[in-house]
Write a protein that binds this ligand. Structure first.
Ligand code: ZN
Ligand code: MN
Ligand code: MN
Length: 289
């Protein structure tokens, strides 16, 4: 069993510094922002930064990298100017991924702000079609993240993710990320073994496990179905070690990179501890069913 485990890693000092830190912490997978995630406009990546990132990554033990998009982007924003800005910013994010050689851009589908779910889904798909048309030669996958369904956030049901992908012309460019704390808060019980199996089967039936390219491994500070998005250290929340043991011992998800987005300090030593906890949950083969 060789899980690709890692965490969201700080880019303080430059994107290449994230590689240094992730490698030092022993990560096999890493998530980063490619820019300040609370700003619309940031300067382009410099040639130097790009080259340094790529060289360091090649020399590292990191096998999987995903970029998380800016929190400002909303691909179904009701405000026309924010929608336009969001689409432009998403194209820029895809472009930056391309420059860095990163194959996945993870993003939250969007918040419909009162227009309703159906309209929101339509606009998200329309946004993605425009975005893909404007980036025809980029080999970067648009990765939809399941959400907790806070407020008017879309993406808290597998059906909503499927409906978005159905309306996207270039389905090859779409992939999906499960966030454990989000789906748990959205009402998917991955804690108990029997229910966990049902949830994964449901995902496979509706979206298809082939589309699942990443899992955000976060315990939840809030209970099942609360629809509140609060991440907790592995084993310390409502999902508990029991729930993460289900994932760590699921052969079907063994190859899917697993990334922590749990609370951390500057040195990210908490991530090391959470990875140790996850590894400790892996059962020897004879004990598994
Ligand atoms: Zn996210
Ligand atoms: Mn997440
Ligand atoms: Mn979250």
């Amino acid at each position: 069993m060789n899980h690709l485990l890692g965490a969201h890693t700080s880019i303080a000092g430059g994107v290449d510094k994230a590689v240094d830190l992730a490698n030092k912490l022993g990560f096999a997978a890493m998530q980063i922002f490619s820019k300040n995630n609370n700003r619309w406009n940031t300067k382009p990546l410099s040639e130097e930064e790009i080259n340094s990132f790529k060289t360091k990554l090649e020399k590292s033990k990191i096998k999987f990298v995903v970029v998380h998009d800016s929190y400002l982007i909303n691909l179904c924003a009701a405000d026309k100017s924010i929608l336009k800005k969001s689409r432009e910013a998403f194209i820029d994010e895809l472009f930056r991924c391309g420059q860095l050689g990163v194959k996945y851009l993870n993003f939250h589908p969007g918040a419909h702000g009162g227009k309703g779910e159906e309209e929101g889904i339509k606009v998200i798909a329309e946004s993605l079609n425009i975005i893909h048309e404007n980036t025809p030669n980029l080999n970067v996958s648009s990765m939809l993240e399941l959400t907790a369904g806070q407020g008017t956030a879309i993406g808290c049901r597998f059906e909503q993710i499927k409906n978005i992908i159905d309306l996207v012309d270039d389905k090859q460019r779409m992939s999906v990320c499960i966030d454990t704390s989000h789906i748990f808060a959205a009402g998917y019980d991955i804690k108990t073994r029997a229910n966990y199996k049902k949830v994964i089967k449901e995902f496979d039936d509706i979206i298809g496990l082939a589309k699942l390219k990443c899992i955000h491994m976060n315990d939840s500070k809030k209970p099942l179905g609360s629809r509140v998005d609060r991440h907790e250290h592995i084993g310390k929340g409502f999902i508990g070690k029991e729930g993460f043991s289900n994932i760590m011992n699921d052969k079907k998800l063994e190859h899917v990179p697993k990334i922590l987005e749990t609370p951390k300090g500057k040195k990210q030593l908490e991530d090391k501890k959470n990875i140790r906890t996850l590894k400790s949950l892996i059962q020897k083969r004879q004990n598994r069913n």
